[in-house]
Design a protein around this ligand. Structure first.
Ligand SMILES: *Cc1c(COP(=O)(O)O)cnc(C)c1O
Length: 399
């Protein structure tokens, strides 16, 4: 590493709050599926800023759309209408099948809004303040208090307790564990359609369909968090579309703006008409013209560049190659995931492997201590998969 890059890192460690154990590189620019650090070293990127930069870096059409919007207007206020937000909401409704959209600045903020909508819906039904929400173990929904309260990882919650009240936990793909937690106070069940951070666990079709049916029977709202698994990543625009079901409320973020910080929570018309109303919720930046110009261009490019078709072509190849690796290395115990959201589970911590890969010019990330997570840009090709496998395998040989 150059003394210049080391200098940047030393400075960062003096000035930034140390809430991340950062990898020892300073990223500078990107081009397609490659990133470059400030020394000019090139990296194949299989993380895309954690499932954000779906379109690949330096997409000219995307960058130009942002530049044009900057020259026009960056921000108004949600007290006024703006055209990019109107267009973005209509497009988002079309690809999600939902009816009402609220734009946020992040994923966690979308979760906050979803939880508030669910509580308000129940409050309007019976006027009580004792409603319960069921969340799942190993889930991840964000770092703000509401989102943290439904995050199924005690380590993240404990130092900050008390959480918001009346949250119960059940297990992914264990319908009985959900049923056991349901009472007549239950107002919502929140889950990721594919758990990300908690270890890449996709929901079984049978499980999610049963949960949907239970929610219908008891007028419980199903909240699906598609912040990581949505936006084409699993080969469907939203992962729930595979199961032929629909949530009552859903969240989206990460790849939605492809780098511009933006998220949204969306709901059916029924929930929209019977939950949050004027004065109940707001945000200064959420859905501002710059953020929505990004969403508009991202959704246009998804169609024009056949992003989902590419996921469906490349993902089976990636799965096949990862499965082959598994047969060659006994310490790989499982490969699981959906589409271009894959986890390679090992019987040991994966930190060393990820650091070795970084040295060899490949960016990977973990999901929990023992899982290598791959959430590459959705524009990767089979050649990129081959390149990734070559580097990864050279690292596996060394452990
Ligand atoms: C990243 C993530 C969040 C939180 O999003 P932020 O933008 O970091 O607040 C919530 N849910 C899931 C499933 C995520 O992957």
């Amino acid at each position: 590493m150059s003394t210049q890059m080391q200098g940047y890192i030393d400075q960062a460690e003096k000035d930034l709050l140390h809430t991340y154990n950062r990898y020892q590189i300073v990223l500078d620019k990107g081009e397609g599926v490659y990133l470059y650090d400030t020394d000019g070293k090139k990296y194949l990127d299989f993380v895309s800023g954690i499932a954000v930069f779906a379109l690949g870096y330096a997409n000219k059409e995307y960058n130009d759309a942002l530049k044009n919007q900057i020259d026009k207007i960056i921000h108004t206020s949600n007290y006024y209408y703006n055209q990019p937000a109107i267009d973005a909401a209509r497009k988002l409704k079309k690809v999600s099948g939902m009816d009402r959209v609220f734009f946020t600045n992040s994923g966690a903020e979308a979760i906050e809004g979803a939880l508030k909508a669910a509580r308000k819906y129940a409050f309007l039904k019976d006027g009580k303040n004792d409603h319960e929400i069921i969340a799942l173990n190993h889930s991840f929904h964000g770092r703000t208090f509401g989102a943290l309260s439904v995050t199924g990882n005690p380590k993240y919650r404990e130092p900050f307790e008390p959480m918001i009240g009346n949250i119960k936990f059940a297990d992914m793909n264990d319908y009985d564990s959900i049923k056991k937690q349901v009472t007549d106070k239950t107002c919502a069940i929140i889950m990721e359609t594919v758990q990300g951070e908690g270890g890449i666990y996709p929901a079984d079709a049978d499980f999610i369909k049963k949960v949907r049916k239970l929610c219908d029977e008891k007028d419980i709202l199903l909240i699906l968090d598609e912040i990581q698994c949505g936006m084409g990543r699993t080969g469907y625009m939203y992962a729930f579309q595979k199961y032929g079901i629909k949530p009552d409320i859903m969240t989206t973020a990460k790849a939605l703006g492809c780098g511009v910080p933006v998220g949204a929570f969306m709901m059916t018309e029924k929930v929209g008409q019977n939950s949050l109303t004027a004065g109940d919720h707001g945000t200064t930046y959420g859905g501002n013209p710059l953020a929505c110009a990004a969403i508009n261009k991202v959704l246009d490019l998804f169609e024009k560049e056949h992003i989902i078709e590419n996921v469906n072509q490349v993902a089976p190849y990636l799965e096949e190659k990862l499965d082959e690796l598994k047969t060659r290395y006994s310490f790989i115990t499982e490969r699981r995931g959906a589409g271009l959201m894959q986890g390679l589970v090992m019987d040991m911590p994966v930190g060393d492997i990820i650091n070795k890969a970084l040295e060899k010019g490949l960016i990977l990330i973990n999901a929990g201590a023992n899982i290598i997570r791959m959430v590459p840009p959705l524009v990767i090709t089979k050649n990129d998969v081959d390149e990734m496998i070559d580097i990864l395998e050279s690292c596996l040989k060394e452990v």
